[in-house]
Design a protein around this ligand. Structure first.
Ligand code: ARG
Length: 587
């Protein structure tokens, strides 16, 4: 039965579909779903609707089907047992022997990765995150795109995608007029070496913007600076360059602390000379038209967007977020060969991306360009305990750096209280992992499209669905191996006895559920599904470990239980790494 391996449900479905097609034609639905775990692992229910339509007895159809499945020779009965239940459900139960073989085969992260690569099979995927706007310090609002984006990118890479992370920074736009005006009116010297430069820029922007609101002559002056920049004035171009440089230096520090893998940073400004082709092509195919001086797209067959235009060139002739994004899609397809593009942003940009995707669809169809799959991975807001977006006392968004520092400081106290004898530098290292990991996990474990309430106590707890709980579960398994003096990566599978106890079987089944979890998580790019799985796995492991002694006389029993420990540890570690939380051996 070499046919059914890494992802048993998928392989059963594949075989069953082709068998069903041969004996019943295309009408039989052979999709596999989870079965009641008391009786089986998977179930195919297609016999019922098929029989109803054909006016036949469903049990008879099911038994025909089972006969054909067995005859196909593609199921080894010692590994998967096929039976009929109820009015005509077909059940598949993986044997203890199958579970053991699976666990022997997918040993360690490299083997898992090698098997998982079939999900994406080298598909070229561009992921667009964290894509912050320049000239602003990072604040709490930047946490979600970084955390969610990095996990999705790691998961896609792990599952075989050929990834490019393209950080699409906001480095072009009207705000530069005000900013340059603010800098000039203070006679401020921009210095990329100055640590506070970004803070100063933020302050000058605010001041400039307030002045422009009050006094029309200031607003005019700011607009003049913008026009000069757009026309390539050397002085303003130099200022703009420095502003972007200062922003990047500060962002880079944050990316490093947040363990992001960014491949390229092109940004909005890169596309400013590429928008002409967009205006021309969209006009030529009749998709864009002039409306009150602007160039816009009305999506006629859409309820809302038929009236709410997608503005792609402003009245004053300037490009905008929409035009640069259109040019970006084209560039990613033509230059990177993107087959799929994933955008990670706030939920408030849903309209923008819907309009963008629909426009690209029509445009690419008309021009005969190869269309990439476009996905908007959006997320909700982080709320304070009062149910409102979290802010500092003065109403400013909390700076990301201070949030991370506080997480680490709080984690340090907790770790110190738990292990007072540990060396100071080790505690520091653990605190960084636990603190930042707790922040990440609190975010990732929530369904991304909802808002969630930020709570230090909850995220740093060693009980419940948290990073400290999972990190501790992993460290505990390492300590089991340390105690016995055995290497985690030994070849236990060679000496392992059959799985027998209900806890062994339950744990093994949970372990081999990993590919199904990847499948589910990839379908909608929702990392909380992976988190839930890891949390449940740690729980099932705990039950197993409490009920089944690992250190026993019988060598074969001990080998099998050590193997279960090792596989659990590896899958938990693999999962944590996908969440960009580096597991610890001790804590
Ligand atoms: N800079 C934008 C923001 O901060 C996000 C950009 C997302 N990417 C894109 N291609 N539109 O809201």
């Amino acid at each position: 039965m070499s046919n059914i391996w890494f992802h048993p449900a998928k392989s059963i479905e594949k075989i069953a579909s082709s068998v069903a097609k041969e004996c019943f034609g295309g009408e039989f639905d052979a999709s596999v779903r989870a079965a009641d775990p008391r009786f089986a692992d998977f179930q195919i229910n297609g016999a019922l609707p098929f029989a109803k339509k054909a006016k036949k007895n469903p049990r008879e159809i099911a038994s025909n089907f089972v006969e054909e499945l067995k005859k196909s020779g593609r199921f080894d009965e010692s590994l998967v047992e096929i039976s009929i239940a109820g009015p005509g459900f077909v059940n598949f139960k993986l044997s203890a022997e199958f579970l053991l073989k699976w666990l022997g085969r997918y040993k360690g992260e490299a083997a898992l990765k090698d098997a998982a690569k079939s999900f994406y099979n080298g598909k070229k995927v561009v992921i667009d995150f964290p894509s912050p706007n320049t000239a602003k310090q990072m604040h709490v609002g930047h946490l979600r795109p970084m955390v969610i984006g990095e996990t999705i990118q790691r998961l896609l890479r792990f599952c075989g995608a050929d990834m490019i992370c393209d950080n699409h920074i906001g480095d072009w736009g009207t705000n530069f007029g005000i900013l340059i005006y603010g800098i000039k009116s203070e006679n401020y010297k921009l210095d990329p070496e100055n640590e506070n430069a970004l803070e100063d820029l933020e302050r000058m922007y605010k001041a400039g913007s307030a002045k422009a609101k009050e006094d029309p002559s200031c607003a005019d002056a700011a607009r003049d600076e913008l026009v000069k920049l757009q026309n390539g004035d050397p002085e303003n171009t130099k200022l703009w360059n420095d502003i972007v440089k200062i922003s990047k230096i500060s962002f880079d520090k944050m990316y490093e602390r947040m363990s992001l893998t960014i491949d390229t940073t092109l940004g909005e400004s890169f596309y400013r000379d590429k928008v002409g082709r967009i205006y021309d092509e969209l006009t030529e195919i009749g998709l864009a038209c002039e409306d009150q001086g602007a160039l816009v797209v009305f999506l006629k067959d859409h309820e809302r967007f038929a009236k709410q235009p997608f503005i792609i060139r402003k009245k004053d002739g300037a490009s905008n977020y929409a035009s640069t994004d259109l040019a970006t899609v084209l560039y990613r397809v033509e230059h990177f060969g993107a087959e799929e593009i994933v955008y990670v942003t706030d939920g408030r940009q849903q309209d923008h991306f819907q309009q963008l995707f629909l426009t690209v669809g029509k445009w690419f169809d008309a021009k005969g360009y190869r269309k990439p799959e476009l996905r908007h991975v959006w997320f909700g807001t982080i709320l304070g305990e009062d149910g409102k977006a979290i802010k500092t006392k003065s109403g400013e968004p909390v700076k990301l750096k201070s949030l991370l520092d506080e997480a680490v400081a709080r984690a340090e106290k907790i770790v110190l209280a738990k292990t007072p004898d540990m060396p100071k530098d080790e505690i520091k290292k653990i605190a960084e992992t636990v603190g930042v990991g707790a922040l990440r996990y609190a975010d990732l474990s929530q369904n991304r499209s909802g808002d969630y309430v930020f709570s230090w106590d909850k995220m740093l707890a060693f009980e419940g669905n948290t990073a400290p709980y999972l990190l501790y579960a992993v460290a505990r398994i390492h300590s089991i191996f340390r105690k016995i003096g055995v290497q985690e990566n030994s070849d236990f599978e060679n000496d392992a006895a059959n799985l027998e106890t209900p806890q062994e079987i339950e744990l093994a089944r949970k372990l081999i559920a990993l590919p199904g979890v990847f499948d589910l998580t990839l379908a909608e790019l929702r990392p909380h599904l992976l988190c839930t799985y890891l949390y449940e796995l740690a729980g099932v492991f705990s039950t197993f470990y409490n009920a089944n002694k690992v250190i026993v006389e019988d060598k074969a029993v001990m080998a099998k239980r050590l193997m279960l420990c090792a596989r659990t540890m590896e899958i938990l570690e693999t999962g944590l790494r996908l969440l960009a939380i580096e597991p610890l051996q001790k804590m």
